[in-house]
Design a protein around this ligand. Structure first.
Ligand code: FA5
Length: 328
């Protein structure tokens, strides 16, 4: 086939191509890797110098011409595609994906709402804490064996700081900070992040969340604590929740106890430490322990979420796997 014939049949086929697919076929046939015109251009090197000079420029011009024609025809398909001419206003729009709350944020909001409904105020405290507030003022002096209960991330202190600093191991230091600047009666909760230098397992993280509770006033007793905690749990989990109150020891309460809860056929899970505020703590904030009483509790927020959402392993909250988070 000489160039004139190729040109004629190619233009003919381009004109007759009635859709993009057919046009692409023509493109491949003439200009593709093994296309008719491509073969001619490729074999130029085998021709004599004279033929090469004669055919080469013509073949290149034809190539450009066909590329232009195919390009123009392609545009004509795009410009007049059916989709462009017909816009279906009744079609549902594209769903815009927006983020949503992490299960721990959700339960945090729910817990706050319940306590606010019971007339508690919400108070915030620092995550970097001094040794004094985290331990000493809570009746846990240096060398007290109870310090071993909380494996601590100590911070390097800069300068001649009076007190060593640490990442708070619990939210209880806010009991002292709040009482130093407020007078009873009051009832507060302190939600916040806490840190412990300990190995992780299904129910233990080294970074987790607690909600401290503190109610101080006249004639406050453990009966008040029991009522508040039971009301709270029923509001969060429903009326079928079961409780187990066990005696326990924390230096800043007397008596001290721990509370386990169980939902349906699930297993018992320890969710909080609690008790009546110890006299030494009242002394540290200059309250008269003979005049006021109070109860305090510290709940594990992650543990509440595990029960509420039936999550078997606390580490799922923190591993960043979106397949987990998207279920909430
Ligand atoms: C305390 O932290 C005390 N401050 C609680 C308290 C407050 C007692 C006020 C008396 C008065 P404990 O170490 O037991 O106590 O922790 C309280 C709750 O935090 C536990 O019941 C548990 O629900 C949760 N928790 C403790 N350690 C972890 C951990 N490593 N990972 C996840 N949750 C934990």
């Amino acid at each position: 086939m000489d160039l004139e014939q190729i040109k004629k049949s190619a233009i003919n086929e381009i004109n007759n191509a009635s859709d993009v697919k057919l046009l692409e076929g023509v493109n491949v046939k003439y200009l593709g890797r093994k296309g008719v015109l491509t073969n001619i251009l490729r074999s130029l090197k085998d021709l004599s110098m004279g033929d090469r000079r004669k055919i080469g420029p013509k073949a290149n011009i034809l190539k450009k011409e066909l590329e232009d024609l195919i390009g123009k025809k392609k545009n004509s398909f795009i410009n007049f595609s059916k989709d462009d001419l017909f816009f279906d206003v009744t079609k549902p729009g594209l769903k815009i994906s927006s983020g949503h709350l992490h299960p721990l944020s959700k339960i945090d909001a729910e817990v706050r709402k319940i306590f606010l409904s019971m007339n508690f105020s919400v108070v915030d405290g620092p995550e970097v804490e001094s040794e004094y507030y985290n331990f000493d003022a809570l009746n846990i002096p240096a060398n007290h064996p109870a310090r071993d209960m909380w494996d601590t991330f100590w911070l390097k202190s800069s300068g001649p700081a009076k007190s060593k600093f640490l990442l708070r191991t619990h939210t209880s230091p806010m009991q002292v900070r709040f009482m130093e600047t407020h007078n009873p009666p009051f009832q507060i909760i302190v939600p916040g992040r806490v840190f412990r230098y300990e190995a992780t397992d299904m129910s233990h993280e080294f970074n987790f969340y607690q909600i401290e509770g503190l109610m101080v006033g006249h004639d406050i007793s453990l009966a008040n604590f029991k009522f508040i905690v039971e009301e709270f749990c029923k509001k969060l989990f429903g009326p079928k929740i079961q409780f187990r109150f066990r005696p326990s020891y924390f230096p800043f309460v007397e008596p001290g106890l721990e509370v386990d809860i169980k939902l349906g056929s699930g297993s018992w899970l320890e969710v909080m430490g609690a008790g009546m505020v110890q006299r030494n703590v009242f002394d540290a904030v200059r309250y008269n322990p003979d005049e006021v009483q109070g109860f305090a509790f510290g709940m594990g927020l992650d543990r509440l979420a595990m029960i509420k959402y039936k999550i078997p392993d606390i580490r799922l909250f923190y591993n960043g796997d979106l397949r987990f988070v998207r279920q909430f």
